[in-house]
Ligand binder design. Structure first.
Ligand code: SF4
Length: 322
């Protein structure tokens, strides 16, 4: 399968401090020089702490916000160059599932209206055909089609997230950005929703960018995994390779925090000290150097280059690329 999404040197700097004349005094470097690809039909997991830029990356890929610079290609089309009409056509091929199933559904709309809304907006169906499609989609996500007249508050968190998934599926997209889709759910419900997403991917050949806080959630759904820290991609590799041979000290620390199911297995817990620095004035050199247990002098002066080895394992760390 070829690449469905190609992201190159993507930056998003939000101005946060302006003079009265509009001159920008400082910016939040939410995403800074991030590059990756997503192959058609795969799941790319994207993890990192709050504020690392992963959600901003998802919104940039959908063009919900404009990049400061860099390239985003979808199905061979450069989204920055595409005229608005063509962008609307591409939009129904790209959808999003939001983190919070409680706030992401309009409480004044029925389930039927919520799922039908993208079909009507993109001119894909109306009337009886639209109602039939909505019933089909609800059944696909494991909800009774008779729920169409009910309102979101009548459902549990897991059911509401199924409604959110149905809304994202309605236009039969090729790409779905899953923005922490299970983090607001009970642990007992999380695996049901993850299994549903996997089944739908198989059935419809969907491509996912799966954003999550921790590596434990993306482990079961991702083909490849990228790790972000303070606006930068610091490591990217096949899932098994990343979990078995993490190279970046930050990834090693995140992995060490995952509970080990085998009580005889010994894994050293790496505790990171200090807070994540401000993205308004990030540290010089390697942005992780203020918390890295393996920091060297060069790390404070020189930014490590994000490079791959022969097995396509990408990492930005002076320990690896000397
Ligand atoms: Fe740590 Fe230096 Fe590698 Fe950054 S470049 S992760 S500070 S060892």
């Amino acid at each position: 399968m070829g690449d469905l999404v190609v992201v190159e040197n993507l930056k998003k700097h939000f101005p946060v401090n302006r003079t009265l004349l509009g001159k920008v005094l400082s910016t939040v470097q939410a995403v800074d020089d991030v590059s990756f690809t997503i192959r058609e039909g795969e799941t790319l997991g994207l993890v990192g702490e709050s504020g690392c830029g992963k959600t901003t990356v998802g919104r940039l890929v959908l063009r919900l916000i404009e990049p400061t610079s860099g390239k985003i290609q979808f199905a061979g089309t450069d989204l920055a160059q595409v005229p608005p009409r063509e962008l609307r056509r591409l939009r129904h091929q790209m959808q999003i599932i939001f983190q919070d199933p409680y706030s992401s559904l309009n409480p004044r709309m029925t389930v039927g209206q919520i799922v039908a809304e993208p079909l009507i907006r993109h001119g894909l169906a109306r009337g009886a055909e639209c109602r039939a499609k909505v019933a089909d989609i609800l059944a696909m996500v494991g909800l009774d089609p008779s729920y169409v007249r009910r309102y979101p508050h009548e459902f549990s968190g897991g059911q509401r997230q199924r409604i959110g998934i149905a809304r994202a599926l309605a236009t039969r997209p090729r790409l779905i950005i899953c923005d922490e889709p299970v983090s607001a759910l009970d642990v007992s419900i999380q695996s049901q929703v993850l299994n549903l997403l996997k089944d739908l991917q198989q059935e419809f050949g969907l491509t996912y960018l799966f954003i999550a806080h921790g590596l434990n959630v993306v482990k079961h759904v991702s083909d490849r995994v990228g790790v972000m820290y303070l606006g930068k991609m610091v490591e990217l590799a096949d899932g098994d390779e990343l979990y078995n041979h993490p190279l970046h000290p930050y990834t090693q620390a995140l992995l060490s925090a995952i509970p080990e199911p085998d009580p005889t297995a010994k894994r050293e817990r790496i505790i990171l000290t200090g807070d994540v620095p401000s993205p308004i004035n990030p540290p010089s050199g390697c942005r992780f150097h203020t918390r890295c247990p393996k920091v060297m002098d060069i790390c404070k002066r020189q930014e490590p280059v994000f490079q791959a080895d022969q097995s396509n394992h990408w990492v930005a760390c002076h320990l690896i690329h000397k």
